[in-house]
Design a protein around this ligand. Structure first.
Ligand code: HEM
Length: 254
């Protein structure tokens, strides 16, 4: 119990420190400007803190003897989580750069499938954090990749005879992802209607897009843990262990 609380405290302190550096470095004269990369770092740390808190709560709710997992489903979930974190980073860069208006078209990016300006800046790596068109391209590309991965995950996990909690919740990541993609597309198309200093459709959709992104992340944290609950229906945990088909993830527990 002490270890996770210490981790939570450290994550909170780190988040506070990065937030302070971010704000302090953004106060230039009368202007307030926060570097998109710092904003992205702050955002991703917040997501880490949120996910860990959620994970901790789930740990408290799930009985230890129920902890077991379907190894390949668990690994599959981790791969998706990794891609989601990348996607959240690109999302934060989208917001930080106010990049929506740089390509307010869909499905193409300013009428190009592969933008000519993709790697226009030098060195080429800088495009990933500074070039709005590159950020658009990868944010959209990762969304399509996630739709493929999470659809595959859904149909893969449907085949697993799972406990009630897992059965009841495994549709959530796919549902949230589809909602998220639709919100993103509406945000892009609505960005031509942005009126500076006025809260309009774009701002509402962008906020919902951010909220749905967080929920998607948490649903995958739950997806990871769901493999740890009662497990895999009628199959007895001990039998599973002896067959080496299941894996006890107590190492992952705080
Ligand atoms: C499907 C997976 C997606 C995820 C997880 C995701 C996540 C995010 C996140 C976390 C943000 C930052 C929001 C903020 O900090 O305010 C963001 C911003 C944005 N995303 Fe996505 N996104 C996804 C798909 C898309 C798609 C398909 C599009 C458009 C085709 C899109 C367009 C945008 C735009 C325009 C912004 C900037 C919003 C703003 O100005 O605040 N997103 N995304």
């Amino acid at each position: 119990m002490v270890k996770p609380l210490v981790i939570l405290f450290l994550l909170g302190a780190l988040q506070g420190a990065v937030g302070w550096i971010m704000v302090a470095s953004g106060l230039v004269g009368d202007a307030v400007y926060v570097k998109p990369t710092r904003l992205a770092l702050h955002f991703i740390l917040a997501m880490g803190l949120l996910s860990y808190t959620f994970w901790f709560v789930l740990q408290l709710k799930v009985k230890k003897e129920q902890i077991a997992v379907h190894r390949s489903a668990f690994n599959f979930t981790l791969v998706i989580l990794f891609v989601v974190v990348l996607q959240l980073l690109f999302g934060a860069l989208m917001a930080g750069h106010k990049a929506a208006t740089a390509a307010a078209t869909w499905p193409t990016i300013n009428n190009e499938w592969i933008p000519t300006a993709l790697f226009k800046d030098s060195p080429w790596l800088i495009n990933f954090i500074e070039n709005k068109i590159t950020i658009h391209f990868f944010h959209r590309g990762l969304a399509y990749l996630l739709i493929i991965l999470v659809t595959a995950w859904y149909f893969y996990t449907v085949k697993i005879k799972a406990s009630g909690l897992f059965q009841a919740t495994r549709f959530i990541p796919l549902a949230l992802l589809l909602l998220q993609a639709v919100l993103g597309i509406i945000a892009v198309l609505a960005s031509i209607k942005i009126i500076p200093n006025k809260w309009g459709l774009y701002e509402w959709i962008a906020q919902l897009h951010q909220l749905a992104g967080m929920c998607l992340l948490l649903s995958l944290v739950l997806g990871t843990l769901s493999h740890k609950t009662k497990i895999i229906g009628t199959i007895n945990l001990q039998k599973q262990r002896s067959r080496k088909k299941s894996f006890l993830f107590s190492n992952f527990c705080p």
